[in-house]
Design a protein around this ligand. Structure first.
Ligand code: ATP
Length: 460
């Protein structure tokens, strides 16, 4: 299990060092920042489980930070640190959702107990919240109510309203773009544009202009000024699919854009600023790509704020049937076909196939079946290969039972006498040892003379 993440906002270096020393042995990931701006920057990128927030900051009032967390509904518990005796402030802070407060000066024990209590209450709240969370049959365009997908829906739901980047991983065809679109639709940005860019599909030379736009005449063929995805996604969400395929040079420009929100269209010396929420996705292992030098480490850490893994279809249990039915109805309508269900055996095939291409492959299989066949109910023979070669489980069970029965009857009907079985075993051992009788005898754990004697008796 991941250790809880705790952010300490304390501008005094000596106090920060002292609190860090107090918490050195706790099982937490502790990070520290020194100003209000650093805290807000951090919260844009990720949420700590607990924020230990000093209210007296050099550049802003800690209450403003607390208020922002409260208004944005960020899922982060806040313990405020107040100057000695400022009880009113503490009361105000509790009104804005602070979980607890620490009045300076406090000792190690007080800090540890407060933090432990806050984490405990947080865990309990999550449990209670989880228990009351409805199990969703669908979520935006997702179909499926498996446990693994409930977790995905929950992460999208809680992260949607923050600006933190969501990094979606998962095999090809698992619904990563669907996920990005759900994040957008669940967020306060839903009325602004959702712009998706596939970093693998656009030629390297055009990618920069695709993201940042270009001025007229910026390069050969740039006959008109053109807006890029960054400008089009202003106030909305920018989805960067297959992010690991992006050229390294462009990765550094993207990093700058993410850090500052500013960029220059190709051919322009003017800087533009936009407000964009990023979601990115890859079907590769991003850390492995970092290790291989194909994905910038700093960009990885900038983007990998809220990781979200989409499980492959084969790990979603019965979801495959619900998704298949949903897709069948859609495709039947598009193709004006009469198909409206799968028979029992076809359902068994769908459930037991491995789906290496996930939902996209399922879609292709269903379209192929609907287009090339006619009827109301899909049966296994209608499926294209390799599905048509998958034996439905009931057929598999019947075959297995038949095989077992034939083996049983073979045992019952053809029991060889012991001397025959012994002879067969000895002959096999001698064969195995290329006629070397002492060796065969040693494998059979008898003396060579026993073998010679038996061989002689069979000759007679
Ligand atoms: N749970 C689901 N319910 C219904 N349809 C789904 C589901 N998951 C994926 N799909 C559909 O499957 C297809 C593939 O989904 P999507 O393009 O989002 O996958 P992807 O992971 O982004 O693929 P790739 O890695 O190849 O880019 C889409 O048509 C999408 O609508």
């Amino acid at each position: 299990m991941n250790k809880p993440r705790v952010l300490l906002t304390e501008d005094s270096p000596s106090l920060a060092a002292m609190y860090q020393a107090y918490l050195r042995d706790e099982s937490i990931q502790l990070e520290q920042v020194s100003s209000g701006k650093e805290t807000l920057d951090y919260l844009e990128r990720q949420w700590p489980d607990v924020l230990l927030l000093d209210l007296m900051l050099p550049d802003m009032d800690g209450m403003d930070i607390l208020q922002r967390i409260y208004e944005q509904g960020l899922n982060c518990s806040v313990v405020i640190i107040t100057a000695h005796g400022s009880v009113d402030k503490a009361v105000d802070a509790m009104r804005f959702g602070a979980s607890d407060f620490l009045s300076k000066p406090f000792d190690a024990k007080r800090l540890k107990v407060t933090l432990a209590n806050t984490l405990k209450i947080r865990r309990l709240n999550q449990l209670v919240h989880g228990a009351h969370e409805p199990n969703r049959e669908n979520y935006f365009d997702f179909v499926g109510n498996s446990l693994s997908m409930q977790r995905v829906y929950r992460v999208i739901e809680s992260a949607a309203n923050s600006k933190a980047t969501i990094f979606v991983t998962g095999e090809s065809g698992t619904g990563k773009e669907l996920c990005a679109s759900a994040v957008h639709q669940a967020s306060g940005r839903k009325d602004a544009p959702f712009i998706a860019i596939n970093c693998a599909a656009i030629p390297k030379d055009l990618m920069e202009s695709e993201i940042f736009g270009h001025l007229k005449g910026a390069f050969t063929g740039a006959v008109h000024e053109r807006k890029g995805a960054a400008q089009m996604a202003n106030s909305g969400t920018l989805f960067l699919d297959e992010i690991c395929e992006m050229d390294l040079e462009l990765q550094s420009k993207l990093l700058r854009f993410i850090q500052t929100g500013t960029f220059q269209p190709v051919g322009s010396s003017q800087t533009e600023k936009v407000d964009v929420r990023f979601v990115c996705a890859t079907n590769r292992d991003p850390l492995e790509e970092v290790r291989l030098g194909r994905f910038r480490e700093d960009l990885y850490y900038r983007l990998h704020v809220i990781p979200l893994h989409l499980p492959p279809l084969r790990e979603r249990g019965d979801d495959v049937l619900q998704i298949a039915q949903h897709i069948l109805m859609r495709i039947s309508e598009e193709e004006q076909s009469r198909f409206c269900s799968f028979d029992q055996s076809a359902q068994q095939v769908l459930l037991h196939y491995d789906w290496p291409g996930n939902v996209r492959q399922l879609e292709n299989v269903i379209r192929n079946t609907v287009v090339l066949n006619d009827g109301e109910q899909i049966t296994p023979v209608m499926f294209p290969a390799p599905l048509s070669q998958v034996q439905p489980v009931d057929t598999m069970a019947r075959t297995l039972t038949a095989e077992l029965k034939s083996t049983e009857s073979a045992v019952v009907k053809h029991v060889d006498p012991l001397w025959k079985q012994e002879r067969r075993a000895i002959e096999q051992a001698i064969d195995f040892c290329d006629g070397n009788i002492p060796k065969a005898a040693s494998l059979l754990e008898v003396s060579p003379s026993t073998l010679y004697r038996k061989l002689q008796s069979w000759d007679n």
